[in-house]
Design a protein around this ligand. Structure first.
Ligand code: CAA
Length: 260
């Protein structure tokens, strides 16, 4: 697999994906989106990976947005196609069969905020800044921002951020629920890896089913949602890890999950 702007590293059961265009503050051009797409193929099929961390290269930015130099001269059809590509890739992250943590060091703007929001969990450094500055460039957010921001922080705050283009700092992002945790910059990767390791210590199929049930359930009414939960709950009983988890509990010993 030849990647130009994305690095993929494995550390035990954890994968670290780095968006690697630091000179452009990791801005997402189509080449980078296609690299992420290719990495998702690998992650999806690797049964030894139980959790994923996405970060930006360098400390200044997670991702400073979609690439403005690439978008500048697009016509309507090309703009729509670029949006469709970004949305396809981010939806793949959101529905990936393992949990994804965004480790946000600095700027997470436009497509960067949208990338973080497509992840399951966001950990930010104290220096991180979030925002959707697209309206100031003459466009709407295009990689899910008009949809996911409101789902995460509520309609009022999402509309305020998107209409004003104001950036918010990490402490406010924590207050409005946009991030799960704020940590000193020097501890960012350590904290993200500790959380990933904690997730990876649980039964991987059960974690996957939890992600599936939460993601699918949030989109439908509560009757359909609990039916989805029952379905995923039931599927867990067909796994060896359910037997192992409950047997280990009864025998008061450590669990040894096999992702089976
Ligand atoms: N696209 C392309 N290049 C970008 C970029 C982007 N989104 N963000 C930063 N860069 C480039 C700059 O052009 C600059 O390149 P050069 O050194 O070649 O000039 C380099 O990265 C460093 O950036 P700055 O010199 O601007 O750094 P700064 O410290 O002065 O400012 C910043 C940092 C406030 C993040 C500023 O770079 C900025 O405002 N970036 C754009 C943020 C933005 O508007 N993002 C939304 C993009 S639209 C979008 O994402 C649409 C969508 O939803 C899909």
């Amino acid at each position: 697999m030849k990647l130009k702007n994305v690095l993929l590293e494995k550390e035990g059961n954890i994968a670290v994906v780095t968006i690697n265009r630091p000179k452009a503050l990791n801005a997402l051009n189509s080449e980078t989106l296609k690299d992420i797409d290719a990495v998702l193929d690998v992650l999806e099929n690797d049964n030894d990976i139980y959790a994923v961390i996405i970060r930006g290269a360098g400390e200044k930015a997670f991702v400073a947005g979609a690439d403005i130099s690439e978008m500048k001269d697009l016509n309507e059809k090309q703009g729509q196609e670029f949006g469709i590509l970004g949305n396809k890739v981010f939806r793949r992250i959101e529905t990936l069969n393992k949990p994804v943590i965004a480790a946000v060091s600095g700027f997470a703007l436009g497509g960067g905020c949208e990338l973080a929001m497509a992840c399951d969990i966001r950990i930010a450094s104290e220096k991180a800044k979030f925002g959707q500055p697209e309206a100031g460039l003459g466009i709407t957010p295009g990689f899910g921002g008009t949809q996911r921001l409101a789902r995460i922080v509520g309609l009022g705050k999402a509309k305020e951020m998107i209409y004003t283009c104001d950036l918010i700092r990490a402490d406010e992002a924590l207050r409005v629920g946009l991030v799960n945790k704020v940590v000193p910059l020097e501890n960012l990767m350590e904290e993200a890896k500790a959380m990933a390791a904690k997730i990876a210590s649980n039964a991987p199929i059960a974690v996957r089913m939890c992600k599936d049930a939460i993601n699918r359930g949030i989109q439908v009414d509560i009757d359909k949602a609990v039916a989805i939960e029952s379905e995923d709950f039931g599927k867990c009983f067909a796994t060896e890890d359910q037997k192992e988890g409950m047997t280990a509990f009864m025998e008061k010993r450590a669990k040894n999950f096999q992702n089976k």
